[in-house]
Design a protein. Structure first.
Lengths: 176, 1208
């Protein structure tokens, strides 16, 4: 699910930046450092929408280094997978165990166990595709699929999820 | 008890046929006695033989009997606990009794062998070792009667149990006799019994014995009782028909000692023979003896035995000539090797080493040679007395060998281990190579293909025991998977048999025995497992529940409820705090019940799909992974979870009771013998000397390794010859664009079977990259690609790119190292550094040389070069401005430096400017600004000689000179460093190219832009374009011309920054440029202005000026596609109408702005060279979908529209 949230981020600035452009530097650094990151509780930061410059408070000088620590508030667009959430994703790779699909930066693995029964044995190595027994459904790289998130794993800086297409209205939703 | 055979011969007519393979060798000496007695007796005592014949035809060579005899003659040796022999002896006649004792014993043991007394000659054969194999061999030579006897012997042997092991130990034992005795109680008691009988002579009942006991003195009795109780009392029934009570007694060291051969016993001679022929030799000697005996002659030997030693047999006799005679004419024996065994060594000869267990039919073994190494096999037959066996295994056939040339096939055969696959005759192309043959030694007709026999899909093979197969011991039992693989499923089998034209009729309807065997074992294992689960009190019994687990109610009123386990009460009930859908606080729903009690059987551990789990128990213990599916069809309080492992990307099936939810990401079983997963290792064997590989799986005792040819095989730790991780980490390779790539870099595979994949370099060896991709499942995500098939991609370049772009400075020009990887060493060389600790702390100097760990610093204040640890130097910069981005600095210098101003780009520029007239335009400005700061002139290399810059001719020499002058002065060192890194990638060429005006990059296609050359000319290109266009067009074009921001530029910036802060002389510069640096645009503008003034004769080409790019004629705005670019910078342009015009130089055309869905080429930035479809444009950025379906975000300025690829 995408959502917008106010977050804070800590920026450490060297003294060289202290000048008229301080705030814009901070804004820039926040974007640079935060965008693309996966925060354990909030999901991926897709985009930093706004870093209100006026809200950047004066920082704290570190005694040892002379660097200054700013706690910057910003609002960001986040993407976080929720269990049982239904998402549309693009298939990026099929392998004998299932396929990987992406929703933006989020990688979702759909195991063959989570596919409809008629696809369980449907992997075709040559085409790298999952094909249902009646050949109606063919999931290959690039296909859009609708899937349901069954669980997610948070690693350092990354979130990956397990999904299923074994339910009503789930599965292939278009041509690659 | 291994293959030993003893042949015992009696020298009178009475030869007793006995065949007891269970006899033990350690009894040999007793047997000697025995025979000895027999010899003595029989010669004197022919008359008695008839009576013996009737009742006691069979002889038991169990020495206990002979012991009685011996005792008769040698009473002094007998221990005191043999109290009654004399008395008993009265039963048998004086002379007779020794013999009759002996035979009595036999009768007692083996009543059934009566038929044999019809024969005039009884020969007695004693097979000392219980190898069935031996029997098999013997069978061929024995008649039906003997066979029957052997069957009985078998039975007896079964009853006797561990008799012989004890005998052996007895022979050896000395001090710890008690121990021994109790251990082998069974045997001892038996022995004892026999001994008594030996003494007594006839069969006696236990009653008699008791009476006898009564006659003993009380003290005696007391002692015997005591002794009796010291051991656990056991009775042994040798034979059902012969059930006699066994007496339990102790065995003292003395009595043991009495068994050791003495001078009065026959001697032992050793004879050599061909290894493996031992048994045969003994057989021959036996036959000879029998034949001689039939003729009334007797050979003077008392026995022949094939002990365990290879190539040796032993003959027992009182005289050497007798032995000579016995072996006379026996072929295969090496008489000249005959040697007398010293008495002390005789026991050693007969000592049984138990360590080698003989293989039996239906045993599981492991093959130990070749491709089959480690494979499970089933023994279907034993040959040559256990030396060889016929095994059945799943073949590993490589059908592709037939298509290869002999040399290739040879290599492949050596390197590739074909997978296990059942043999199917229909798959064989070359039908001539296939025939039906009988497997020698078996009744089955088999398919014969390439020297091997196949039956029912299995391969049959005759192998040597010990060297080619190893029995599956208790420590290494066949695993479930192996058995499953071994079992041939009926349906599969049927299918193959229908195909099989030659289908074996006998087996059509019956499953292969081996397959059945595997199946039964599987079932056995399964039931065992169940039993274990039901009985084991621990994890399995309670479903692996641990307090805190989420559980699910599976039985009772509250089925389906989930809750948290609060406590386990004993092993019967559990307390559960209910929760619904993960919300714990649902107490109200259950009427204020905060906890509910359930029976253990009513709940089971609940593991949701998608949970990250760790396997706590069982075969996959310590693996972690994500649950992808739960199968609860098993019923009970356990379900099967399919777990996708983190490490190997394999699916494993585990019971939920063995799982525990855990966030831990296992390194799993990733260490063995000092090697870890993903280590780069050197492989031995396999022919090639430099074979290396990366460990992709760590097994229990072997690794799976993918070698540098991408071939996967299993190796044992001892086959590895060390790790090469460190050299791999140091190694640098070049990608297809000439970029330096090293371990940890992310690359795109540009060609080959893995084309299009993005992966991280895990290890590298020479030009082979071991790439790791998280989304690949096979071989733990590792695959092998040549470095030249890859393109460097990934965050490193991109980040620097973005930084550069963020500055909005398109004037960065060269970006010399643009596409190149960062060479750290170069990055530091030439920089001014301050030593931060150690002896030289505080000193400032120039880095003259750098290695991965050390830098050599030329100190400013002293004429000295010192080596300092890399970490101990902080770059304090050079004088050419400062960096704009502290992060970048940190990346390269470990955060040593701070100063940053946007000005830097300007600072960097002149550096490149040193090579180009364009930058020359800049220089005067600086000069003005600096007021003759001197050091700032582009001609760093030669300090004062600013003029050189302007003379193109000198440029070629610049790098060299720089190197020569490297580090002469601190200030100049900066410049030299720059050039130093330049020169790394054939700078002079690049410069030469630039100066001569040739367009070096136009020859290359998108992918072919390589390194410095491109970047340099790019810089040029931009300037030249700008020359011919207005200032307005400058910015975008210059950004186009800014292909890769590069570490190089950054280095430059760093130096610059440093100098500003440290160098008094350049402080000026900072100040004076302050205004300019505040706005790089302004600076760029100035620069551009300067450039505009520069002579445009050396017009360069824009980076996009290449084939397939869609351009627009400036003259009339007609769009067209560049079809061909010539070396003289002219190009053939195909206009829209199909008309072809020739243009001269890129100046005549301009780029057509790409629109959405156009096919575009990225001409700059991190993704330079990428072609793709433009998905959308967002301000100054464009989103691009490349050939790998990956989305890339690229600056719009870097995009050039290209014609729809027709060639691609």
């Amino acid at each position: 699910m995408f959502f917008v949230k106010e977050l804070t981020h800590e920026i450490v600035l060297e003294p060289i930046h202290f000048g008229p452009k301080l705030r814009s530097t901070i804004v820039r650094l926040v974007k640079e450092q935060v965008e693309g990151l996966a925060l354990a509780n909030y999901g991926f930061v897709i985009n930093v929408i706004e870093v209100p410059e006026d809200k950047v408070k004066s920082g704290i000088i570190e005694y040892d280094t002379g660097n200054v620590v700013f706690n910057v508030k910003y609002s960001a667009l986040l993407l976080r997978p929720f269990t049982n959430e239904v998402m549309d994703a693009t298939v990026s790779q099929c392998n004998p165990l299932g396929f990987f699909a992406f929703v933006g930066p989020l990688r979702i693995f759909v195991s063959k166990h989570s596919m409809p029964e008629d696809m369980f044995n449907g992997f075709e190595g040559e085409k790298e595709a999952w094909i249902s027994d009646d050949k109606e459904v063919e999931i290959v790289r690039g296909c859009p699929v609708r899937l349901k998130i069954k669980g997610s794993t948070v690693e350092e800086g990354n979130i990956s999820a397990i999904g299923t297409i074994k339910d009503n209205y789930l599965g292939l939703i278009g041509e690659p | 008890m291994s293959g030993k055979k003893i042949l015992r011969l009696k020298q009178n007519e009475d030869l007793y046929d006995d065949d007891d393979s269970s006899d033990d060798d350690s009894y040999d000496q007793d047997n000697n006695n025995n025979t000895n007695n027999n010899n003595n007796n029989n010669t004197a005592n022919l008359s008695s033989s008839s009576s013996e014949d009737e009742s006691e035809d069979d002889e038991e060579h169990n020495t206990s009997t002979s012991r009685g005899n011996k005792r008769g003659s040698d009473k002094l040796q007998q221990p005191s606990q043999q109290p009654a022999p004399n008395k008993k002896r009265s039963r048998g006649g004086g002379q007779r009794h020794s013999a009759s004792n002996f035979f009595d014993m036999e009768a007692a043991v083996d009543d059934e062998d009566e038929d044999d007394d019809e024969g005039e000659a009884y020969y007695q054969k004693e097979y000392r070792n219980s190898k069935r194999a031996k029997e098999n061999a013997e069978r061929e030579q024995l008649d039906a009667q003997t066979r029957e006897m052997m069957r009985q012997q078998d039975r007896r042997r079964a009853a006797a149990g561990g008799f012989f092991t004890s005998l052996e130990s007895r022979a050896r034992s000395s001090a710890d006799n008690d121990d021994d005795a109790s251990r082998n109680n069974n045997t001892m008691s038996q022995l004892d019994r026999r001994r008594r009988h030996g003494g007594i002579g006839g069969g006696r009942s236990s009653l008699e014995d008791d009476e006898e006991d009564e006659e003993r003195s009380v003290a005696h009795m007391a002692r015997s009782i005591e002794e009796r109780h010291r051991q656990s009392v056991r009775r042994v029934d040798l034979d059902a028909q012969d059930a006699r009570p066994a007496y339990v007694t102790d065995y003292s060291a003395v009595s043991q000692q009495s068994l050791v051969p003495s001078v009065s016993d026959p001697s032992l001679w050793m004879l050599g023979c061909a290894p493996g022929k031992e048994a045969e030799m003994v057989m021959q000697i036996m036959n000879k003896c029998v034949a001689f005996a039939l003729q009334g002659k007797t050979l003077g030997i008392t026995g022949a035995v094939a002990a365990q030693s290879k190539g040796k047999i032993y003959i027992e006799s009182y005289s050497e000539p007798a032995v000579m005679e016995a072996v006379q004419g026996v072929r295969g024996l090496l008489q000249y090797q005959m040697r007398l065994i010293p008495i002390g060594d005789m026991t050693t000869v007969m000592t049984v080493t138990v360590k080698k267990k003989p293989v039996k039919k239906n045993d599981w073994v492991r093959l130990s040679r070749g491709h089959f190494k480690g494979d499970l096999a089933l023994v279907v037959g034993v040959k040559d007395g256990g030396l060889k066996c016929i095994v059945q295994c799943v073949p590993r056939l490589d059908y592709s060998l037939a298509d290869l040339t002999p040399e290739e096939a040879k290599v492949r055969r050596r390197t590739v281990r074909p997978p296990q696959k059942f043999f199917n005759p229909s798959e064989i192309m070359d039908k001539h190579a296939l025939s039906r043959q009988r497997f020698p030694g078996l009744n089955d007709t088999c398919d014969y293909y390439e020297g091997n026999y196949y039956h029912d899909g299995y391969m049959l093979k005759e192998v040597k025991v010990g060297t080619m197969v190893k029995p599956c011991g208790a420590e290494d039992p066949p695993t479930l998977e192996e058995l499953q693989r071994f079992r041939r499923r009926p349906n599969q089998k049927k299918a193959s048999q229908f195909d099989d034209v030659n289908g074996d009729d006998d087996d059509e309807f019956s499953e292969n025995a081996g397959s059945k065997e595997a199946e039964s074992l599987l079932e056995q294992l399964a039931s065992q497992q169940q039993q274990q689960e039901s009985t084991a009190g621990s994890s399995a019994a309670n479903g692996g529940l641990i307090v805190g687990d989420t559980i699910e109610v599976i039985d009772g009123d509250l089925v389906g409820m989930r809750g948290k386990l609060i406590s386990l009460d004993g092993n019967t009930t559990v307390k559960v705090k209910p929760m619904t859908d993960g919300i714990e606080d649902t107490a109200e729903a259950f009427g204020d019940m905060t906890e509910i009690e359930f029976l253990m059987g009513q709940v089971r551990k609940y593991i949701p799909t998608g949970a990250h789990v760790k396997v706590m128990d069982g075969r996959y213990a310590n693996e972690t992974g994500t649950v992808v599916a739960i199968d609860d069809s098993m019923g009970g309080n356990d379900c099967l979870a399919v777990v996708l492992t983190d490490l190997t990307h394999k699916e494993i099936s585990v019971r939920t009771s063995q799982l525990q939810e855990s966030a831990e990401i296992a390194s799993g079983q990733d260490k063995l013998a000092g090697y870890e997963l993903h280590d780069l290792v050197v492989l031995s064997g396999g022919g090639s000397t430099n074979e290396v590989g990366v460990i992709v799986r760590v097994g229990r005792e072997e690794f799976t390794v993918i070698n540098n040819h991408g071939i996967v095989r299993e190796v044992r730790p001892e086959e590895l010859r060390g790790k090469r991780n460190s050299s791999s980490r140091r190694a640098v390779a070049l990608d297809v664009q000439g970029n330096q790539i090293r371990v940890g870099d992310s690359v795109n595979v540009a060609e080959g079977p893995h084309k299009g994949k993005t992966a991280t370099i895990k290890q590298m060896n020479r030009a082979q990259l071991f790439l790791y991709s998280q989304t690949r499942t096979e071989h733990a995500g590792i695959f092998v690609v040549r470095s030249r098939s890859c393109v460097l991609s990934g965050a490193r370049n991109r980040s620097s790119m973005e930084t550069a772009n963020a500055n909005g400075n398109g004037f960065k020009g060269g970006g010399g190292a643009g596409g190149r990887g960062i060479k750290r060493e170069d990055g530091l060389i030439g920089k001014t550094v301050r030593v931060s600790s150690g002896q030289w702390k505080g000193y400032i100097g120039t880095v003259a040389d750098a290695t991965a760990t050390h830098v050599s610093v030329e100190l400013h204040s002293r004429l000295k070069k010192v080596m300092v640890l890399r970490e101990r130097v902080a770059v304090v910069g050079d004088k050419y401005g400062s960096t704009d981005n502290p992060d970048r600095q940190q990346q390269y210098n470990g955060g040593g430096m701070a100063p940053t101003t946007p000005f830097l780009q300007g600072g960097a520029t002149p550096m490149h400017g040193g090579a180009t007239p364009m930058h020359g335009g800049v220089t005067p400005m600086h000069e003005g600004g600096m007021g003759g700061g001197g050091g700032f002139t582009p001609s760093h290399h030669s300090a004062a000689d600013a003029e050189d810059v302007w003379r193109p001719g000198s440029i070629d020499q610049t790098p060299k000179r720089d190197e020569n002058n490297n580090g002469v002065g601190g200030v100049d060192g900066d410049g030299s460093s720059t050039f130093g890194s330049f020169s790394d990638a054939s700078t002079s060429d690049a410069f030469a190219g630039v100066v001569s005006g040739s367009i070096s990059n136009n020859k290359g296609n998108a992918g072919g832009m390589s390194g410095t050359t491109v970047s340099t000319s790019t810089g040029w290109g931009s300037s030249s374009v700008s020359d011919q266009s207005t200032l307005n067009t400058w910015t975008p074009q210059s950004s186009t011309a800014d292909p890769s921001p590069s570490p190089f530029a950054d280095n430059a910036s760093v130096q610059t920054a440093g100098d500003i802060s440290t160098n008094g002389g350049t402080a000026d510069l900072n100040g004076s440029l302050g205004g300019g640096s505040a706005s790089t645009d302004a600076f760029a503008g100035k620069a551009a202005a300067g450039v505009a003034a520069v002579d445009s004769s050396s017009a360069e080409t824009a980076v996009w000026f290449m084939e397939r790019v869609v351009v627009e004629l400036k003259s009339n705005g007609q769009p067209g596609t560049i079809k061909e670019v010539n070396s003289d910078n002219s190009a053939r342009l195909e206009l829209e109408g199909g008309e072809v015009v020739t243009i001269h130089g890129a100046g005549e055309v301009k780029l057509v702005a790409p629109k959405e869905h156009d096919t575009v080429l990225v001409t700059g930035g991190a993704d330079v060279g990428v072609e793709g479809e433009l998905v959308c444009i967002d301000g100054s950025e464009a989103i691009l979908k490349d050939g790998n379906e990956d989305f890339k975000i690229v600056d719009l300025e870097h995009l050039a529209k290209i014609a729809e690829s027709d060639a691609m």
